[in-house]
Design a protein around this ligand. Sequence first.
Ligand code: DO4
Ligand code: MG
Length: 302
Amino acid sequence: MRYYQYLQNSTKHVCVEDDSGQVTDLTVLNSEIGSTLDLLKAASITGSDIDSVTRGILAANEGVTTINSKEFLSGAEPGKDGVTLLPPIDAPEVWAFGVTYMDSMRERQAESGSPDVYAKVYDAERPEAFFKSTLERLQAPFDEVGIRADSDWNVPEPELAFVTYGGKIVGYTCGNDMSSRTIEGENPLYLPQAKVYDKSAALGPALVSKESIGDPQKLAVTLVIERDGKEAFKGEANTADMKRDCEYLVDWLVRHNTIPDGTSVMTGTGTIPPPEFTLAADDIVHITIDKIGTLTNVVTVV
Ligand code: DO4
Ligand code: MG
């Protein structure tokens, strides 16, 4: 099942989209479910999973009003009269892994004056993990994502992101690891400045439970960048090409590092626009991942 968080009349709600594409508001049915973290907590307490908790709530409330997911999501687009989507999880921390795809390693070698570090980390047992965002910096679907005014070369990075509870993977969503290639290429030690700045991370639109995603290492990830109403770039990757799978990555992340519940983790990009491409203000970035949906954001200079 797919879970969305949204604001309606300034109140936060959680809803679920079932396999038939119908969306039901869980907060209306049970006021104790005010966030996806509440659902994850209920699943943890009962020793089950969020889909089972949800099925229980739905079974106790048969015949309630639902809305078609296309209608729900199109109503959330800017200028429409529907709900305001929020990130699908209130992630207190967002981490990211890098150089998990061969293409990412090659592109970083090409941009960098220190190419060796990328080959070494691609081949090493220990993956590259870095801190990406706090909840306050995190952008929702249709929000702005930022490019730094002090960087000339900027790209989105479309990434499968996993959501954790109790240090374990409980679901998946789409992530955008906005990045300055100018700053990253200048010196690998500048990575935090290339990666962490205002509006540099987005997650959404849905949190898909671990039970519903199937095999996370078989998902197509598509990036489309629109400029002036035309497609300026399109690229595709597949999580099957990740050198290290999601379970391997979370295992490394939690070593000697306690992560708060809801921590979400971007798993690296397999798509990088060509060197001559850089984002511009008002570009629209669409990241689509099988079984999850499309995360759309508009670019702004920060
Ligand atoms: O090593 C730099 C960052 C790599 C990254 O963000 C990625 O591969 O997605
Ligand atoms: Mg990345």
